[in-house]
Ligand binder design. Structure first.
Ligand SMILES: [Zn+2]
Length: 379
């Protein structure tokens, strides 16, 4: 993988999303995740615990913007990153997988919330374990005989299927704060040898509200407060156990509002019979059935005047020209995963932030009923 390519992609996405950074708050820091030497040095009841919490779509400025008092208080007591650059594409599945594997999407193979693998000609299915090939933090912990627990982290149940030392919260929908607290207390009150030392939690409130109503809406303000209130209650409940528990709060991406008039259509120069088109809204991937047509289409897309999007080619195509050449010349997982980006990419520029037509991997055109991807209805 060419780091420069990633850098360029990240910068491009930054231009679209401006400051869609991850938030990282490390509260009452006693142990960094992964610092096994510290963990190993302590024993018995003094071994520390981590509760890792994700607020999906919790934009970098929401805590201040909406005065999330518990998060602000906790960050003032602990540590807060000024900003972080999310992995690309900046959507839910790649970034949640990045947080628990430490891998960019091109390395992990999770290249979007929906994407296509031209090698197998299959669309990503989040419910199939075969898509999750990399070692997660739960598996790393398991190798060190550290028990873990999880409440609904994105795709965690599938990714860790078969893992023994993990407690999975069974309910997948309508999980309340009380449910989360009850589960956490149940786990932390287990006998010491059964107790999980890493607990992962997930909240989708801000992502849902942001997509439905935009980042500046009353709905998003409420969603921020719901998460903040829940975290306040969880922290208070955990304090009753008197265990040395550290909290880490992260997000996976930001959110911007766009106007419906600024949405872009898929360019007509693209012959839909000749490409599989995967629209992640903030990025469109074009998979050519016949790679020999790519240069011509690319040139036409580049030649369009003021198209509202940036167009790029995949590095592997530039290097090798044809699918056959790529598969014989380049081997290895990382390059194979690059294929999943397609051969041409369209990246909308601001003020547009998404494309409006989706052709899914079953080759069916679908008119997006807003919102999709990073678009919002009222923004
Ligand atoms: Zn997300």
């Amino acid at each position: 993988m060419n780091p420069g390519l990633y850098k360029a992609k990240q910068i491009s996405q930054m231009k679209i999303l401006k400051r869609a950074f991850l938030i990282l708050l490390i509260v009452s820091l006693r142990l960094l995740l992964g610092d096994t030497s510290l963990y190993a040095q302590t024993s018995g009841k003094d071994k520390p615990y981590i509760i890792l919490i994700s607020g999906d779509g919790f934009r970098y400025d929401y805590a201040e913007k909406y005065q999330a008092k518990n998060l602000l208080r906790l960050s003032a007591q602990g540590v807060k990153a000024k900003w972080m650059i999310p992995s690309y594409p900046t959507v839910t599945h790649p970034n949640h997988y990045a947080i628990v594997t430490g891998l960019y999407s091109g390395h992990s193979g999770i290249l979007g919330n929906n994407f296509y693998d031209p090698t197998t000609k299959r669309a990503y299915n989040k419910n199939e374990k075969s898509w999750y090939q990399q070692e997660t933090i739960w598996e790393t912990a398991d190798k060190q005989n550290v028990k873990t627990a999880n409440v609904n982290w994105v795709n965690a149940q599938v990714a860790t299927a078969g893992l023994k030392n993990i407690y999975q919260y069974k309910k997948k929908k309508d999980i309340t704060t009380e449910d989360r607290i009850a589960a956490i207390l149940d786990w932390l009150k287990m006998p010491e040898d059964k107790r999980p030392h890493l607990i992962t939690l997930y909240f989708n409130n801000t992502d849902h509200a942001g997509h439905q109503s935009g980042p500046d809406s009353e709905e998003t303000r409420q969603a921020v407060h719901e998460i903040d209130e829940a975290i306040g209650q969880i922290v208070a409940a955990v304090e009753t156990t008197q265990l040395p528990v550290n909290f880490i709060f992260v997000s996976d991406h930001g959110m911007i509002g766009i106007k419906a008039k600024d949405r872009l259509p898929i360019p007509t120069v693209i012959d839909t019979a000749k490409f599989v088109i995967n629209n992640q809204n903030a990025m469109v991937n074009l998979y050519a059935n016949d790679p020999s047509i790519v240069q011509d289409v690319y040139k036409k897309l580049k030649a369009a005047s003021n198209p509202g999007y940036k167009v790029t080619l995949t590095m592997s195509y530039l290097l090798n020209g044809t699918l056959a050449a790529r598969t014989t010349v380049i081997t290895g997982q990382v390059i194979l995963f690059l294929f999943r980006f397609g051969l041409i990419h369209l990246i909308p520029r601001r003020p547009a932030a998404c494309m409006v037509l989706l052709r899914d991997c079953k080759k069916k055109w679908v008119q997006l009923s807003l919102p999709g991807g990073l678009c919002s209805k009222k923004g």
